[in-house]
Ligand binder design. Structure first.
Ligand code: B12
Ligand code: SF4
Length: 470
């Protein structure tokens, strides 16, 4: 690697009321880093969310963020003033990540980079993106800044108007970025010619420390749920060769001793016989001791007993299921991904395969336009009654989704011109009276989780007494 890399890639801060590292890594940016390295560019990666940044560890008075199971945990954080549109929210707003002066020091380590590339994720996290761009431009005023990622794609006009990037890229095809770099006369470094990057997988080796690897075995999703932007972001559903995914897993395990892997797929289990099952069979027969997680949720209807057993044997440690609601009339309006009886059957298969209730979480959407509080309560009961753990997922309205227009009509916020109002913490599509019930719903979830735990323990004790193996 040359001393002075030509491209700086930035994973910006999160500005929000809450943020948690739930296997959260800038996978898109790390994919680009790998691609650009292969094309001969030299890269400096600056991760504003780096939990292990050496300069943060030695700063007096800072308490290191607590890390939890399987590589998840807290970020560094510093309270900051709320942006004016969020002033009325009675909660502390923070910048999650490293301190701005440490970020500046990182930028200064590279003299005259040829371009600065920055990613973006949630639409309502754009203030962290803007701040990072502003500082990058202060330090390197003559370097072009290129913004890409999910916010840039979902709110392109806003990004062009509010972030001071010189270019906003809306494509998910890395060759379009290459085209832009060529137009800007930013070519691969001569010094890199002939040197081989270590691998072609997303460049997790650029992180200070790898706690886990995020995997994408497919892009897109064959479903068309009205609240989701998967179809807009990835119009085609494409799956990778399972052997190639297996090699990727093996690479990180062998070279970096990684044991935790989180799937980012929108539709991991679809077309399972050709995709998921062969991948898991290879994992099982390799004898590797790995743990898998599905923070982005999986489709319960795909989990028959064979799949459940395979998941268990392969090492799935935490599962999240996209139930959303137990109100099937609402499902028929919003999506077509689950029918009556499928959740019960899938959870039964998982329990039969030996998963504990505590490992099976079901996401329940809260705050959808026209959704009642009662329907959320009934869904919590439904999940608990079936031996799974309820997890509330507050609805974030997303531009370019089918439900966007309904969300605009239902919300008292100006969602169209201010992405800060997409923040799921606001429950922007519920009125004040329904919002006031959120603490009650959270309490109900806590109780339901406790009950499910107790029930699971009793079942296991009963099984032990009667000699039934779990
Ligand atoms: C994994 C994931 C998560 C993870 C965390 C991910 C992380 N890194 O932190 C978890 C499970 C924790 C999560 C949580 C949530 N998520 Co989420 N998540 C995703 C998901 C599935 C994948 C993101 C990803 O990495 N994609 C893969 C990479 C390869 O794609 P990419 O980043 O877009 O990068 C490509 C391009 O954009 C481009 N690119 C990227 N950077 C750059 C930079 C430059 C310079 C250039 C040129 C190009 C470029 O190149 C890449 C290669 O093609 C997306 C949906 C999706 N399919 O993308 C939803 C998504 C981002 N999440 C969404 C939502 C709604 C949520 C939740 C609100 C759900 C909930 N109600 O609880 C929470 C919010 C959490 C919070 N704290 O606020 C929404 C967005 C909402 C919004 N308003 O922005 C999405 C779009 C899904 C949806 N429903 O439509 N999420
Ligand atoms: S199944 Fe999941 S990823 Fe697919 S469209 Fe529905 S919500 Fe989006």
């Amino acid at each position: 690697m040359p001393k002075n890399p030509s491209l700086v890639l930035i994973n910006p801060w999160i500005h929000d009321f809450a943020a948690y590292d739930l296997w959260s890594k800038p996978l898109g940016l790390l994919q680009l880093a790998a691609y650009l390295r292969q094309k001969g560019y030299s890269i400096r990666f600056i991760d504003c969310l780096d939990v292990y940044h050496p300069a943060m560890q030695v700063r007096a008075g800072l308490k290191p963020p607590k890390r939890r199971a399987y590589g998840t945990g807290k970020f560094w954080k510093e309270a900051i003033p709320k942006p004016p549109p969020l002033r009325h929210i009675n909660r502390v707003y923070s910048r999650y990540g490293i301190l701005p002066d440490i970020f500046k020091e990182e930028l200064r380590k590279v003299s005259k980079p040829k371009a600065i590339l920055i990613t973006s994720l949630m639409t309502y996290w754009y203030p962290g993106v803007s701040e990072a761009i502003r500082i990058a431009k202060e330090v390197h005023p003559s370097t072009p800044v290129i913004l890409g990622g999910i916010y840039a794609r979902l709110c392109t006009d806003h990004a062009r108007g509010h972030c001071t990037a010189d270019h906003v890229v809306t494509s998910s095809d890395p060759s379009d970025l290459l085209g832009l770099l060529n137009d800007l006369k930013i070519f691969p470094d001569e010094v890199m010619q002939g040197t081989q990057p270590p691998h072609s997988y997303p460049a997790f080796d650029l992180l200070t420390k790898i706690d886990y690897i995020c995997l994408l075995t497919s892009t897109g999703c064959p479903y068309r749920c009205r609240y989701c932007s998967s179809r807009f972001l990835y119009p085609q559903f494409r799956q990778r060769d399972p052997d190639d995914v297996f090699e990727e897993i093996l690479y990180w395990h062998r070279h970096y001793q990684v044991t935790d892997f989180a799937f980012y797929d929108d539709a991991l289990l679809i077309n399972g016989a050709q995709h998921f099952v062969p991948l898991m069979e290879r994992i099982v027969s390799s004898g590797l001791k790995l743990r898998f997680h599905t923070p982005n949720a999986i489709h319960i209807r795909e989990i028959d007993l064979e799949v459940a057993r395979l998941m268990r044997r392969a090492g799935f440690a935490t599962l999240r299921i996209g139930l959303e609601t137990a109100d099937f009339a609402l499902h028929r309006v919003l999506d077509n991904k689950i029918k009556e009886g499928e959740f019960e059957r899938g959870v039964r298969n998982l329990l039969k395969a030996g998963f504990q209730s505590s490992q099976i979480g079901a996401y329940i959407m809260v705050g959808l336009p026209n959704q009642s509080v009662q329907s959320v309560k009934e869904t919590i009961d439904f999940v608990a009654a079936n031996g799974a753990m309820p997890y509330l997922a507050e609805y974030s309205p997303i531009p370019h989704t089918d439900l966007w227009k309904t969300a605009l009509d239902a919300s008292e916020y100006d969602l169209a011109s201010e992405p800060l109002f997409h923040n799921n913490t606001l429950l922007p599509c519920w009125d004040e009276s329904k919002r006031a019930k959120l603490p009650e719903l959270k309490e109900k979830v806590r109780e339901a989780r406790g009950m499910t735990d107790v029930k699971a323990q009793m079942t296991s004790e009963r099984r032990q007494k009667t000699g039934v193996r779990s």
